[in-house]
Design a protein around this ligand. Structure first.
Ligand code: AMP
Length: 140
């Protein structure tokens, strides 16, 4: 399994840095984020070191995906979360600070202070169709 001894999350996986774990599987751990956006904010961390979401083997991405419904149900039933944001920051430009791909699960409550500051763009002419076509080509 790939590991980077300079990576904070590899060191957490190995137990060299303490963490508060809520779930462990053979291929992933789930910990509380040390600086939560909202209390209960979870990080799902594959044990193997892969930097970007595009670097993940499909089966590992599938395994992590399979944990999300159960974790989200727990945030709802145990903490009373009314919703959840599931986010991957992949790449520095997308806000990734730790170069070991991981999922954020952020429990959401009515009136919580989170505001997603995402602007919205619009397509014009055949931009939408041409963008889709380029992505389809990229899928290979
Ligand atoms: P990202 O910007 O997507 O790479 O997110 C990295 C996340 O890791 C941030 O939300 C940090 O608060 C969190 N984090 C960093 N160090 C630790 C740690 N030692 N234990 C738990 N969470 C951490």
């Amino acid at each position: 399994m790939s590991r980077d001894s300079n990576c904070v999350f590899c060191r957490i996986v190995a137990g060299d840095i303490p963490s508060t774990r809520v779930l462990e599987t053979d291929d992933a751990i789930v910990i509380l984020d040390i600086n939560p956006v909202v209390k209960g904010h979870l990080l799902v961390i594959p044990r193997a070191h892969h930097v970007l979401v595009g670097d993940l083997p499909d089966d590992l991405a599938g395994h992590v995906g399979s944990l999300l419904p159960r974790l989200t149900r727990s945030l709802a039933s145990a903490l009373g979360a009314e919703g959840t944001n599931v986010v991957i920051n992949s790449g520095r430009v997308a806000g990734q600070e730790i170069d070991h791909c991981h999922w954020h699960l952020i429990p959401r409550f009515s009136g919580d202070p989170v505001r997603w500051p995402w602007p919205r763009d619009a397509y014009s002419g055949d931009d939408m169709a041409r963008t889709a076509s380029r992505i389809v080509d990229g899928l290979g």
